[in-house]
Design a binder for this molecule. Structure first.
Ligand code: BES
Ligand code: MN
Ligand code: ZN
Length: 492
């Protein structure tokens, strides 16, 4: 399904649309633009506000009937008391296009008083997000129950030329977010490491990037003993995927983005309980985030060098699988005792981080659904942020704030190193129950000693087990927009 967003120079009272959306903050009153619309509607808008049928609370919606021409329906969407207009409008726009799909409106017109380039871009992102629906493995409803698809949206603006550039940027970001969500939502028997590799190949040819894919044979030659230990229990070929985007000054050091791509994580021999195990198809959300961000970066044509790396496999129990107590030698050379085979993400990332050295990175950011402990610490509202360079950490936190993919820093004090020490090897892959998100990050830090590095634990933010209103149950697209804002901030 194709969804197109454009900017159009029009006022709400002159827009001709099956659904006119008005984004209103709490306690909003009639501005001149809204008064003209109210007159055209015979006063229903003003009365709805006066009677407090609609108060403008965050995510609140109210549909008002419109005329035969002009605005045929009016959807009010609340912004609440926005902390940032960018975040509030992205959210409201997503609510709006989800609602438009429910109503069965084929197109919508979106109006907000705030029309800076940043907010118009945010509206385009939100509209694209709300238009997304997972349909791949679902039968279409019977003909008579089918609703018209939402095909297009217009953002009503006063300056069309500058707005259109912002709309294009927003659409590119929304496209990357929706690609990530689609990959994440696909079940593990369809979205395999091979499938992710093929998706990377498509992105590479669409956007003019180099792509390299290492399989089990190539990883053996590279001596990636840590990654291969995880892949040992599965017959599927593991994939280390490298996408290289080179639009920066020749020879300038690249930003390297790394994603954990566990297409299914059963826990392996340290098997997980059955309850909720199906969610472990989402254990590739870091990889999906890297692929979505790379697609967007290519679409935006940013002047910068970026490498996207994905470490993909599944974690399975079998007669060939790694066992607790096994010791493996990583790509970097360090010996690792595998104490719990369910702490597999860090084993994969250890070798991908080590592989990243060959790109001589300016900065490395990895994203991984790494620990349940991070969900305990921060819940679903912020990703855990860790790193070995405070300036880079601050830059990532700022990209999180500007993009809406909020992060919160947790410490990597030297004291925590004790948690992962063992007599059997240089380090072990788990540190016990206390500070579980931190000990996982301390483990990764061992493999990121030669470059500025940040780790994002997205276990609580990459997918939602409940409908959030602006996002349905399922993958959220985190951390695509954080990655894109970070890279944009570094582009020349
Ligand atoms: N993929 C999981 C982490 C996870 C948990 C993601 C819940 C999303 C929701 C990871 O591979 C894992 O199993 N981590 C273990 C580590 C433990 C064995 C030290 C965990 O968090 O329990
Ligand atoms: Mn696991
Ligand atoms: Zn995992």
């Amino acid at each position: 399904m194709d969804f197109r967003v454009t900017a159009r120079r029009a006022q709400p009272d002159t827009a001709d649309a099956p659904l006119l959306v008005l984004a209103l903050a709490s306690g909003a009153t009639l501005t001149p633009a809204l008064s003209a619309l109210d007159a055209a509607l015979g006063g229903t808008l003003g009365r709805a506000l006066e009677r407090k049928d609609f108060r403008g609370a965050r995510d609140e919606t109210l549909v008002l009937p419109g005329g035969a021409k002009g605005a045929q329906r009016v959807l009010l969407v609340g912004l609440g008391k926005p902390a940032t207009m960018v975040g509030a409008l992205r959210r409201a726009a997503s609510v709006a296009s989800r609602q438009a799909r429910k109503i069965g409106a084929p197109s919508l017109a979106f109006f907000a008083e705030d029309q800076s380039e940043g907010t118009i871009e945010a509206v385009a992102v939100g509209l694209a997000m709300g238009s997304w629906e997972y349909t791949t493995t679902r039968s279409a409803p019977p003909e008579d129950e089918r609703k018209p698809a939402l095909e297009s949206a217009q953002i009503l603006v006063s300056d069309e030329a500058s707005a259109n550039a912002a709309v294009q940027r927003g659409s590119a970001i929304g496209g990357g977010i929706n690609l990530a969500r689609q990959l994440a939502m696909l079940p593990g028997n369809i979205c395999t490491p091979e499938y992710l590799a093929n998706t990377a190949r498509e992105i590479a040819s669409r956007r003019g990037m180099n792509v390299t894919v290492l399989g089990r044979t190539e990883m053996k030659a590279e001596k990636m003993g840590s990654f291969l230990a995880v892949a040992q229990g599965t017959p599927q070929d593991p994939k280390l995927i490298a996408l290289e985007y080179k639009k920066g000054p020749p020879g300038s050091k690249p930003v390297v983005l790394i994603g954990k791509g566990l297409c299914f994580d059963s826990g392996g021999i340290s098997i997980k309980p059955a309850q909720g195990m199906e969610h472990m198809k989402f254990d590739m959300c870091g990889a999906a985030g890297v692929l979505g961000a790379m697609d967007t970066i290519g679409a935006l044509g940013l002047a910068i060098n970026v490498v996207g790396l994905v470490g993909s496999t599944t974690n399975m129990p079998s007669g060939e699988a790694m066992n607790p107590g096994d010791v493996v030698q990583s790509h970097l050379g360090k010996f690792i005792e595998i104490v719990n085979t369910d702490a597999e993400g860090r084993l994969v990332l250890a070798d991908v981080l080590s592989y990243a050295r060959r790109f001589d990175p300016a900065a490395v950011i990895d994203a991984a659904t790494l620990t349940g402990a991070c969900v305990v610490a921060l819940g679903h509202s912020a990703s855990g942020v860790f790193g070995n360079d405070q300036a880079l950490i601050d830059e990532v936190l700022a990209a999180g704030r500007s993009s809406g993919d909020t992060g919160w820093q947790l410490p990597l004090f030297d004291d925590y190193k004790e948690l992962i020490l063992t007599d059997a090897a240089d380090i072990k892959n788990t540190g016990g129950r206390a500070a579980g998100a931190i000990s996982a990050a301390m483990f990764l830090k061992e493999f990121a000693e030669t470059f500025p590095w940040v780790h994002l634990d997205i276990a609580g933010t990459a997918y939602s087990e409940t409908d959030l209103g602006f996002i349905p149950k399922g993958p959220t697209g985190v951390p695509v927009s954080l990655f894109v804002d970070f890279v944009r901030g570094r582009a020349h």
